[in-house]
Write a protein that binds this ligand. Structure first.
Ligand SMILES: C[S@@+](CC[C@H](N)C(=O)[O-])C[C@H]1O[C@@H](n2cnc3c(N)ncnc32)[C@H](O)[C@@H]1O
Length: 203
């Protein structure tokens, strides 16, 4: 299903992977996810806001299939161009998950640096819950609360990071169990340092 939404990443997609701090951050996120969540080759997961595939490419060797969901045509095209480097089955779907539905179920959902682009976090968590098989896992990473300086251009931001306690409570309200949140690391930019967290839990 195609979306009419503006492609905020149109000009960024081609060079997205060239920023080393970004690649390092997502690599740290992937490494912590792989420590905290048990995956196997007979599982299928969704990556919400998959972008150019920085996160899913690290998870791919440990999983059977990944469904990459992203609203951005240009980010999806960049991911498509890397398809032969992704070490599992891969579906790439252009979709605005905050508005549209994907009627599929997964054994897990991963996401990095995307949830701050969605206005209604609880509605998103409710949707995630409905898209998981029983026992299915979430591993969701994003910024801690920041002063708005992290993004120096408009990429469709609704939250300047999240308060961890509120984020945990929203996940619990959506029904997730065993919810835990921890620090992944820091994204260092010339004008600030931005902590990043990972929330894990299961249905
Ligand atoms: C900051 S990028 C992160 C990309 C990737 N997860 C990473 O860490 O490198 C955020 C991505 O989320 C996508 N996105 C934002 N809102 C979305 C929505 N409502 N549905 C699907 N994708 C969305 C954007 O198009 C973009 O590719």
């Amino acid at each position: 299903m195609k979306s009419n939404k503006k492609d905020f990443f149109d000009k960024k997609a081609k060079d997205y992977d060239k920023e080393q701090a970004r690649v390092d951050n997502v690599t740290n996120i992937a490494n912590l996810i792989l420590k905290k969540v048990a995956y196997s080759k007979d599982m299928s997961i969704m990556d919400f806001g998959s972008g150019t595939g920085l996160l899913l490419s690290k998870i791919a060797p440990h999983i059977g299939k990944i469904t990459a969901i992203d609203i951005s045509k240009s980010m999806n095209e960049t991911l498509e161009s890397k398809r032969n480097t992704i070490d599992c089955k891969l579906d790439i779907i252009e979709l605005d998950l905050s508005k549209d539905n994907l009627y599929q179920k997964f054994d897990g959902i991963i996401s990095s640096m995307t949830i701050h682009h969605v206005k209604d976090t609880l509605a998103l968590f409710n949707k995630f819950y409905g898209m998981l098989n029983s026992g299915g896992t979430i591993a969701l990473s994003d910024l801690d609360k920041e002063d708005g300086s992290f993004h120096n251009e408009d990429t469709g931001i609704f939250h300047f990071g999240f308060d961890r306690e509120e984020f945990v409570n929203l996940a619990k309200r959506a029904g997730f169990k065993n919810v835990k949140i921890q620090t992944v690391g820091l994204v260092e930019k010339p004008y600030g340092k931005y902590p990043v967290f990972l929330l894990t839990g299961n249905k």
